[in-house]
Design a protein around this ligand. Sequence first.
Ligand SMILES: [Zn+2]
Ligand SMILES: [Zn+2]
Ligand SMILES: [Zn+2]
Length: 251
Amino acid sequence: MKVTFLGTGTSVGVPTVGCDCDTCRSSDPRDNRLRTSLLLEKDGRQVLVDASTDFRQQALRAGIDQIDAILFTHAHADHCFGLDDTRPIMFRHGALSCFASDITWEGLRRVYWYAFEPAHYPGVPKIQAETIDGSFCLYSFEVEPLTVIHGRLPVTAYRIGGFAYVTDCNQIPDETCSRLEGLDVLVIDALRFKTHPTHLCLEDSLRYIDRLKPRRALLTHISHDIKHQETSDNLPAGVEIAYDGLQMEVD
Ligand SMILES: [Zn+2]
Ligand SMILES: [Zn+2]
Ligand SMILES: [Zn+2]
């Protein structure tokens, strides 16, 4: 499976509007972070994980011309406001299968109420709503949804073979931790240095990485507090900061 990081930034993106900090003014492209999202590709199928606020820009940048499904982690704006911008793909290929938990569907249906009206205008998103209830096969992807805690909101993390994506959480329940052992690649939320009520800070993420012992760990959903090179120099072996455009092959 090929993994592409379409975005690795926190909800406001980096650079952040109106900020002139070192990271926001950095000339290192790895300090330019669109909102968090992934593209997974295998056997000619392309699956998007979250439709970020920046989806349109990410799709044009990555040359995405087709998506076969979307897996949603939760319905916060930064993870779902790009769903409307997937319409060109829906217009060309028909309704797009979107997978989300019950609680995420509650949020998505509130945001995209106009797509679920019985007699709708032809320009609205065409959504094939699929509710997640345990592991499932999506084309040749074996998808294992797992629950993590984001303040008080349950968020869906995904394990696919040796790869796991754990964004937007401040706590990983023991039951989920036990499903995240033996990973080749773990992608995990690491918002900033200081603690945060709904996100893992860098120290929290490193503690989970130490417990789960993936072969390779990548940090995502990063704010402007973390400057790529400076922070990378001080990370333990096997831990890296993800950046937009980063690609890897994972079994
Ligand atoms: Zn987020
Ligand atoms: Zn800044
Ligand atoms: Zn969130």
